[in-house]
Design a protein. Sequence first.
Length: 87
Amino acid sequence: MRYALAADVGLEASGDAIYLAPLPDGPILVLDGVAALIFTEATQGDREYLVDRVIGQVAGPAEDIASHVDAFLDDLVARGLLVEEAT
């Protein structure tokens, strides 16, 4: 399983930031830092190893990082910005 941008969601990347918005009315969500990293890893690779890929790029306890990654992605799905896709 992997994550993909939901239909009718606009994405613009600028520098280290990612801007997401349900089209046409928004609101715009700005992702930077670790949030942008998680979003990028979630949309570019398989979900099975997502947490491991993020842990390899940030400092902190693996259990805490895993729970934050899961909560963040659940929030993006709940907002209708990401959808889960079978691989």
